[in-house]
Design a protein around this ligand. Structure first.
Ligand code: ZN
Length: 189
């Protein structure tokens, strides 16, 4: 009887360990594949923004092997029936496709072209830095559609959030802004 009990405990223990192991794989898969990504569409050869069905991939990983499918693409709904061949790009390098990582890498080491302050590392809760267009208009990078970013990065220059807000105010309310020439410090008696 005691022997049977030990066997039962051992089987239950192995089952529980296996369950926890598969659950960890599922959670890792979910966090590994969530988030907006940029791919080069095999049909158009242009950048498109996609989301992986991370929940389904996590459930697959829990049961056996994760299968990647798209949940959203910037070409949908028109091309919703495509073969999703872009998934190969994500499978090959899931981290480098993430929009957040692409944007972080672009701003890395760059300075604001207006005030010359270092932009610094991107943080999710911080104000987003901006981009200065060739016609001197600023925009926050988050306001752009992700699939626009590769083209925008090629033509725009980095600006910090403070300068973006100042430039936006200047553009929206030019009558409230007075541009003063820099003047030497006045001496007070
Ligand atoms: Zn600045």
């Amino acid at each position: 009887m005691t022997g049977t009990l030990w066997v039962a405990i051992a089987v239950l223990g192995i089952g529980a360990a296996l369950f926890v192991y598969r659950a960890i794989l599922g959670v890792q898969t979910y966090f590994g594949y969530r988030g907006k990504r940029l791919v080069t569409c095999p049909e158009t050869h242009k950048a498109e923004a996609v989301d992986i069905a991370a929940g389904n991939a996590a459930a697959d990983a829990f049961l056996s092997e994760p299968t990647l499918r798209l949940k959203q693409c910037s070409r949908w709904p028109e091309r919703q029936d495509c073969g999703q061949e872009c998934l190969q790009q994500i499978e090959a390098d899931p981290e480098n496709c993430l929009v957040w990582n692409i944007v972080s890498q672009w701003y890395e080491g760059k300075k604001c072209v207006i005030c010359h302050k270092a932009i610094g590392k991107l943080h999710h809760l911080d104000h987003a830095p901006g981009l200065l267009s060739p016609d001197h208009k600023t925009v926050e990078w988050r306001e752009l559609r992700p699939e626009q970013l590769p083209e925008v990065f090629a033509t725009h220059r980095p600006v910090c959030w403070d300068c973006h807000v100042t430039e936006m105010f200047r553009r929206l309310y030019p009558e409230l802004v007075v541009d003063r020439e820099p003047e030497p410090k006045r001496i007070r008696y």
